[in-house]
Design a protein around this ligand. Structure first.
Ligand code: DAH
Length: 331
């Protein structure tokens, strides 16, 4: 075969190469030990001396030409392996960090305020018995809160706690006074899912038992709490109410955080909004637990309610929908 013919064949073949494997077999065919170029070199040795220089030159330049084309082709198709490419001028990748859920933020804030007043945090059970959720809390058999429509019952007769108040009993059973605890957690009620109701929500329970705890202690503690969680100029008002486990019982209202008491849609133009239930622990409960020589106060509040008032949120469902545009506002 003539050198010029080999060159033409190679040019044709190299155009058809598509993969690194094809490229390698083409290289072996032409430049390998038993390749075409080496055959030319063998032939060179047998030539008469006067022809050697010219032929040798031609073979060398063909070999260089083939090498160059193979190198170019290699660049064109790559090695098949990913090459590392670093472009230091590219902007960095953006990773969006998570943010703490608004309910967690508020719960932490409330917990911190009470911890600062000497309360410690305890957790109860979400699955409770009728005894802890109702009976021990002085809630009689015929009390409407026991209605099947309010309470989720499990098949084994236990239930999902409807409030965090059973933690009061569990703590008083285990520990000795003086007691100062708060208990945050989920509670469950058979309720529609609408702008102001959810079948699952969060409460924070508080309990303070010691010798000579008074209603004044209750009022002072909760008023201070309201000022810290809302604003220092927040005013508190306690109005008589009823809970089976407290006597006397009260509802705490605060001056509306939106209008400052002027009257607006949020406070239904009364200037006041209700934020929690509270009272002096019922004597019957204390005596049943052997706490006859003590008095105490208790309170319970909805975390969603405080969060909605504090953050200006008008639909409780927003807390559970995992809508990032909503959640990221509280970052
Ligand atoms: N457990 C009550 C509820 O879920 C709230 C409550 C009221 C808790 C008065 C208390 C209390 O500890 O003293 O509606």
């Amino acid at each position: 075969m003539e050198i010029s013919e080999v060159r033409r064949n190679f040019e044709r073949e190299v155009l058809e190469v598509k993969s690194p494997e094809q490229l390698e077999s083409l290289r072996i065919k032409y430049l390998g030990k038993k390749g075409i170029i080496n055959k030319f070199f063998k032939k060179l040795k047998e030539l008469p001396p006067e022809e050697k220089p010219i032929f040798g030159k031609e073979v060398n330049s063909l070999r260089d030409y083939i090498k160059n084309l193979l190198d170019e082709k290699k660049k064109e198709i790559g090695t098949g392996k990913k090459r590392e490419r670093i472009d230091l001028t590219l902007p960095g990748r953006f990773y969006s960090g998570g943010s703490i859920h608004p309910l967690s933020l508020i719960e932490d804030e409330i917990v911190d305020i009470f911890v600062g007043m000497g309360f410690s945090v305890v957790y109860g059970n979400e699955v409770e018995t009728d005894y802890y959720n109702f009976t021990a809390l002085n809630t009689p058999e015929d009390h409407p809160a026991r209605d099947l429509h309010d309470t989720f019952y499990l098949q084994d007769g236990r239930l999902l706690r409807t409030h965090t108040s059973p933690v009061q009993i569990r703590v008083m059973e285990k520990k000795n006074p003086p007691l100062r605890i708060i208990a945050p957690g989920r509670v469950y009620r058979v309720d529609a899912f609408d702008p102001s109701h959810s079948p699952v929500f969060h409460q924070i329970e508080g309990l303070y038992v010691d010798r000579d705890v008074t209603l004044g202690d209750l009022f002072g503690t909760l008023e201070e709490f309201a000022k810290r969680v809302f604003s220092p100029d927040t005013e508190a008002m306690f109005i008589p109410s009823f809970f089976p486990f407290t006597e006397p019982s009260a509802e705490m209202k605060i001056s509306c955080p939106f209008c400052g008491g002027e009257g607006c849609g949020v406070c239904q133009h009364t200037g006041w909004v209700e934020i929690l239930g509270c009272g002096m622990v019922h004597r019957r409960i204390l005596e049943n637990l052997g706490y006859g020589d003590y008095t105490g106060f208790a309170f319970g509040m909805g975390v969603e309610r405080i969060a909605m008032l504090k953050m200006g949120i008008n639909d409780i469902r927003l807390f559970y929908e995992n809508d990032l545009e909503f959640l990221e506002q509280f970052r």
